[in-house]
Write a protein that binds this ligand. Structure first.
Ligand code: HEM
Length: 445
């Protein structure tokens, strides 16, 4: 009666890994009244995300995020999405990102000063929540400048509640009925309270900025969005700006925090790689702050980030809903089925990766990737709906890795492996406590 609902709820990652191992790269299973087609071959990814993309929409999982994110870039479809993407793309171009590097390093430096106090206290650092706080700070500063600095704690708390309830809604196996989010359950009530706080704060900033007009905007992402909207700014697009801010903050902090938690966990377990990171940071930066111009010289750090995202892609599965019949790898996909692309499995697929479970950043040396299947590695998705924040995230991760390496040594407190909790993102199960020792020149701490 339930099909694979129970396995999906209990062991989502295990179900995907096991079914690919026993049945191959297209596997169809039933979850209640819905059929899911799991696709793990790179050709299948390319088919769904590019060649046959008009046969798919994002579907129910994304609809469940609408109460939090509205109809921003992540959730919109068709012409509306195209219009939004065209408007937002310039804000994420290389030139704009280079100007953001300084904002990012200042934000990272501020938060790492808080880590120094933890180090001095001798208490362990709870790595995952600490990185969530760090990446939230970076994305808020990059997006809104200092406009919400004094409300940072309220925003952090409200985001965490709204995120948690949204995650539970996505994981829920109950049939989707949007009206049930209006029922006065404790979870819905805390969601509405948190969402009210966020909506109020974001609306206030958007109103203030719009009041300033499109010619006198600061150099942050919201400023660029308002300038890009140009004449439309006075035409009642506050809701769109609000939805984009909520979308960028949501899509842009937990994903990066998750990836960085796995990164520091992997470095702790691979002292040889950690040492190479340390040597590169010493050679390129010494004790000075990194700049955008340093990033191309920090190639090993980049490969460490890439390899972490191979083993632990924050977005471990990409769901789509078939709105027309299709065929993938010789299997019929009926309209109304869900197609679940699973980068976690593709990234460890033995046909495309040698020693797939080994952590080896040098597999991302350009020569080593020369003959690789382009679609065997898609941590940021691909095709037109590829992550708009990919370069932002890579830059942020490289900067955080460099600045943490200059200042601290992190050591895990347990030899037990950290388990992955495949929710919307591939979170570590638990806070991942680490002993944190200060290093380096005193002015850096
Ligand atoms: C390590 C960090 C990140 C990872 C792994 C990641 C991953 C992804 C993936 C896989 C998608 C495609 C989803 C799909 O096709 O269903 C996506 C889309 C998106 N991401 Fe990211 N992301 C990251 C960071 C960011 C950041 C920093 C931002 C913004 C500041 C961001 C904003 C977005 C948006 C707005 C979309 C929707 C794009 C569209 O549909 O046009 N992401 N991301």
């Amino acid at each position: 009666m339930w099909g694979h609902l129970v396995q999906r709820a209990r062991r989502p990652l295990g179900l995907c890994v096991d079914s690919q191992a026993s049945h191959g790269d297209v596997v169809r299973y039933r979850m209640g009244s819905t059929y899911v087609n799991q696709v793990t071959h790179p050709d299948g990814m390319q088919h769904v995300l590019v060649d046959a993309r008009s046969r798919y929409v994002k579907g129910t999982v994304f609809d469940k995020t609408r109460p939090m994110l509205g109809n921003g870039l992540l959730n919109s479809e068709g012409e509306e999405w195209k219009h939004q993407r065209r408007r937002l793309q310039p804000a994420f171009g290389h030139r704009q990102l280079d100007t953001l590097a300084e904002t990012m390093t200042a934000a990272i430096d501020g938060v790492l000063k808080e880590w120094k106090s933890v180090a001095d206290s001798g208490e362990p650092l709870q790595l995952f929540p600490a990185l969530e706080h760090l990446t939230l700070t970076v994305v808020l500063r990059s997006l809104l400048g200092g406009d919400l600095d004094r409300n940072a704690a309220d925003i952090g708390d409200a985001f965490s509640v709204a995120f948690d309830v949204t995650n539970r809604r996505i994981r829920s196996v109950a049939p989707y009925w949007p009206r049930m989010y209006d029922l006065p359950t404790p979870a819905n009530r805390s969601f509405h309270r948190a969402q009210g706080t966020l909506d109020g704060l974001v609306a206030e900033v958007v109103a203030r900025r719009r009041g300033a007009g499109s010619d006198s905007q600061p150099d942050d992402l919201l400023g660029l969005m308002i300038s890009a909207a140009g004449a439309d700014v006075d035409g009642g697009n506050s809701q769109e700006l609000h939805d984009q801010v909520m979308t960028m903050v949501s899509a842009g902090h937990e994903t990066t925090a998750t990836a960085l938690t796995w990164l520091f966990y992997l470095l702790d377990r691979h002292p040889d790689v950690n040492e190479e990171v340390f040597v590169e940071v010493e050679e390129v930066l010494g004790d000075r702050m990194p700049t955008a111009a340093d990033l191309p010289k920090l190639g090993y750090l980049r490969r460490v980030v890439q390899e972490t995202l191979r083993l632990y892609p924050s977005v471990w599965a990409l769901p789509r809903l078939a709105v027309e019949d299709d065929e993938i790898g010789g299997y019929r996909i009926p309209r109304g089925d869900i197609v679940l692309l699973v980068p976690y499995v593709t990234h460890r697929h033995p046909d495309f990766w040698s020693n797939p479970d080994e952590f080896d950043p040098d597999r991302f040396l350009p020569a080593a990737r020369q003959d690789a299947h382009l679609w065997s590695y898609i941590p940021f998705g691909s095709g037109p709906r590829r992550c708009i924040g990919d370069n932002f995230a890579m830059m942020e991760a490289q900067l955080i890795l460099a600045m943490v390496t200059q200042r601290f040594r992190l050591r895990g407190l347990s030899d037990e492996p950290v388990e992955a909790d495949a929710s919307v993102t591939l979170r570590p199960r638990g806070p991942v406590p680490m002993q944190i020792e200060p290093l380096g020149a005193p002015h850096l701490g």
